[in-house]
Design a protein around this ligand. Structure first.
Ligand SMILES: C[S@@+](CC[C@H](N)C(=O)[O-])C[C@H]1O[C@@H](n2cnc3c(N)ncnc32)[C@H](O)[C@@H]1O
Length: 286
């Protein structure tokens, strides 16, 4: 068996990573190997079950944990169950309840599930009601669309989790039609060189980049990657959010991201700012 597949299988055999696609896990392994050419050579040429290999695997798992697993509240079976109930439900109130249950299954949308109406109202008061929304690293956000209060909306979401992307595609096609919106979803990998091309192909009225900059800037102490990504987004408005609570759940005393504001000023991008109880939002006009 190809060694990359072997490594990927080993990672994906853990329940924590089993919903990640093989292609994605392999691309992350390759990304890590690129950083250490000597290690890459020893894996390709020699046996892989060595101490260094174990250390290497630990690093890859740590990355996948911090950029993916921490956001997963429950596993896929529950998502599928809720979705199949959604398809069968005609009662509007029950349908909205099921959307909240789905939003509960990703830690980011879970934290803001009661705030979505306010968040959408605040965003649209700056950028106007959009016809098309693009959502980068969308998580379960598609299931908040009924709270946007717009009919005829087109939504395009992308993320690295294959199973979620398929579920969102089905949801948009079947349930979206009933609720008055349409759209599609596609798989991306923010750490792949194709990513910038993939995202720049989508033209939208507003692009959501909720809680993604820490993922883009993973492992480095600068924000060059985030800046490059934001510049390549083909949308007049961007909505960039950040958590305002620390990992230990303490409210940050200064939640505003100065570096981000300095970057916007330097690029001549205007922004509006608002906060909810656990998140802060920049509505940026490029
Ligand atoms: C902090 S969550 C934000 C989710 C969503 N934007 C929200 O705020 O509700 C980070 C998201 O990034 C996604 N992600 C992790 N690694 C990624 C990658 N390499 N490329 C694209 N998305 C990735 C995760 O699956 C997760 O949904």
């Amino acid at each position: 068996m190809n060694k990359l597949i072997e490594m990927s299988n080993e990672i994906r055999s853990s329940k924590k990573f089993s919903r990640l696609g093989e292609t994605y896990v392999i691309s992350i392994i390759e990304e890590f190997l690129k950083k250490d050419k000597k290690l890459a050579k020893s894996f390709i040429e020699g046996p892989i079950k060595t101490k260094t290999y174990k250390e290497f695997l630990k690093d890859v798992k740590k990355f996948l944990h911090e950029t993916y697993s921490v956001y997963q509240v429950r596993e896929g079976a529950k998502k599928k169950q809720i979705y199949s109930l959604m398809k069968r439900t005609t009662n509007k109130e029950k349908l909205l309840e099921l959307h909240e249950e789905m939003l509960h299954l990703h830690s980011s949308s879970r934290e803001r599930k009661k705030d979505y109406e306010t968040i959408y109202r605040n965003i649209f008061s700056v950028c106007g009601e959009p016809k098309k929304i693009f959502d980068i690293g969308c998580g379960m956000n598609a299931f908040s669309l009924p709270f946007a209060g717009i009919r005829g909306l087109e939504y395009i979401g992308c993320d690295a989790v294959e199973e979620d992307i398929s579920l969102i595609a089905e949801y948009l096609k079947n349930v979206g039609k009933v609720l008055g919106f349409k759209g599609r979803s596609f798989l991306v990998n923010a750490f792949d060189k194709k990513f910038l091309v993939d995202i720049s192909k989508v033209k939208s009225d507003v692009c959501f980049v909720f809680k993604m900059l820490d993922v883009f800037d993973y492992g480095v102490k600068h924000h060059k990657k985030s800046e490059e990504i934001l510049k390549n987004i083909n949308s007049k408005f961007l909505v960039v959010s950040f958590p305002t609570k620390t990992i230990s759940n303490k409210k940050m005393s200064r939640p505003r991201r100065k570096w981000f504001e300095v970057m916007c000023d330097r690029l001549n991008w205007n922004f509006d700012y608002f906060e909810t109880s656990n998140e802060c939002f920049y509505v940026v006009k490029k």
